[in-house]
Design a protein around this ligand. Sequence first.
Ligand SMILES: [Zn+2]
Ligand SMILES: [Zn+2]
Length: 267
Amino acid sequence: MIYAALASGSKGNCHAFSDGRRTLLVDVGISLKQIRLRMQQVGLDPGEVRAVALSHEHIDHIRAVPVLLRQTDWSFLVTAGTLAAVTAIHGVEIPPSRLIPLRSGHAADWDGVRVLPFQVPHDAEDPVAFRIEWGGFHAAVVTDLGYPDQLVANHCAGLDLLALEANHDVQMLREGSYPPALKKRILSRVGHLSNESMSDLLSQVLGPRLRNVILAHLSEQNNDPELARGLAAAVLAGSAADLHVARQDQPVLVTVPESEYDLPATS
Ligand SMILES: [Zn+2]
Ligand SMILES: [Zn+2]
């Protein structure tokens, strides 16, 4: 399996999963041109994209939807609340023929891949994170959440790969230049995940199968990648997991050989 963080951060998010024949994207917060360019940069064929799963309607996750509707035949996996919000924001309809409706807490089958959206605490209509089970490969993309509740931890058990938000360092945010209202929003229970909360969640869900952790949605102003990396590395010390940090400006590729995840499902 191949995972790529094509872009991650407040200016746009897009993750790709591919088995070499077909590709599923999670969020499309960068332009179609950038999606194609960055896929090619990491050796993925943009022609293999079949579908896009949308986590919520914030623009850094849905920017490309209108262009994708016009210029591709990709399907959209989306909850009802997010669908209504995307429709209102962009003034476009996703036709039923291209829609795979999701309900949080209920797994959908996408072409043999199990896509399980689960609710996260975030200030959007119907925000979800995704657990994706592709053959024996179990992964999750968990960003845009105020705090790691038990539901989130439960859905992150027994993973091979976890892309997890490490949005901010609380002290940098508090002392930084953001307006007070924005600081309050980010720090709230429906805001974004701090480095400290990331590290708490990671220590809860670290299991013997976990081989790759990707820190995602880092704030360019309120975080330092080395700070986030240090906290995560302390949790992962002694484990088999490799640590990566997703970037806003360029793709980060993780290749996971079948020998690493095709283990008996013990968890
Ligand atoms: Zn976001
Ligand atoms: Zn958001």
